[in-house]
Design a protein around this ligand. Structure first.
Ligand SMILES: Nc1ncnc2c1ncn2[C@@H]1O[C@H](COP(=O)(O)OP(=O)(O)OP(=O)(O)O)[C@@H](O)[C@H]1O
Ligand SMILES: [Mg+2]
Length: 237
């Protein structure tokens, strides 16, 4: 069943100042690339980055969907840290898009207030310039989810979403789309079909292998290009 986290609060969200987050320090323990940049976990994100970059020898702008079979496997944490690992490369600008319109989580981990974002952008109420906010980490920006829409799947499957992605590819080298869990919600498969690649996050200790295989097959059947898996929850992480 789709989660309702953060969707019960119907207070209208404000338009962001695109510069508001530039001076906000990121302090979450989950953002290991900032808080523990020399840790083994940070190195794992650099290794993941290297594999993704190796699949893109021409350094073309790339859109990558990050999903998992089930809720809570580490998609948002992976998106944020992978973005920072990518932005460590010279001349590389990276955008984190919170495309989990059911349970947005990226702004909270980064330590910034929820603002209008993807949902308002896709419904034509916000411009790209108003929606994208730079972070305090050089080269990284975020497009938050915005208010919970009544029709998330229709918005994400719209022609407008394709246009937004192509506009974002002109501004960023990598656009990482933090999507909902793929088995319960169709949004990840919809996004996978229009993005360049899909990364499957797997919480090794808890997610049954058959769910991972089922998700992998489903994403590819629906037109996604699964680049690989990223394992979370390994002892010692
Ligand atoms: N590599 C990791 N190793 C250990 N724990 C992790 C790792 N990545 C994330 N976590 C933990 O897992 C929990 C869920 O992480 P996160 O919010 O990224 O999951 P999610 O897949 O985005 O969840 P949701 O489906 O609700 O969007 C967090 O408490 C986080 O601290
Ligand atoms: Mg999440």
């Amino acid at each position: 069943m789709p989660t309702t986290k953060n969707t019960t609060d119907n207070a209208p969200l404000q338009v962001a100042d695109p510069e508001e987050a530039r001076k906000t320090p990121i302090t979450s323990e989950d953002a290991v690339m900032v808080t523990h940049p020399r840790s083994p976990r940070a190195e794992q994100y650099r290794t993941l980055r290297n594999s993704i970059v190796a699949l893109n020898p021409e350094s073309a702008p790339r859109t990558v969907v990050i999903t998992s079979a089930l809720k809570g496997e580490g998609k948002t944490v992976t998106s944020i840290n992978l973005a920072m690992a990518l932005a460590e490369m010279p001349n590389t600008r990276v955008l984190i898009v919170d495309a989990n319109l059911h349970a947005p989580g990226a702004e909270e981990i980064i330590g910034m207030p929820r603002r209008q974002g993807l949902s308002e952008l896709l419904s034509g109420r916000l411009s790209l310039d108003q929606a994208v906010r730079s972070l305090s980490v050089a080269g990284v920006a975020i497009l938050g989810a915005g208010a919970a829409p009544k029709n998330p799947s229709e918005l994400l499957a719209s022609d407008r979403m394709k246009i937004v992605l192509s506009q974002l590819k002109q501004r960023f080298n990598y656009v990482l789309l933090d999507a909902p869990e793929a088995l319960a919600i169709s949004d990840a498969s919809l996004l996978g079909a229009i993005a360049d690649g899909v990364l499957l996050v797997v919480r090794l200790s808890t997610t049954p292998r058959q769910y991972v295989e089922q998700t992998h097959t489903m994403l590819e059947t629906l037109g996604g290009n699964v680049l690989g898996t990223c394992v979370t929850g390994v002892a010692g992480d």
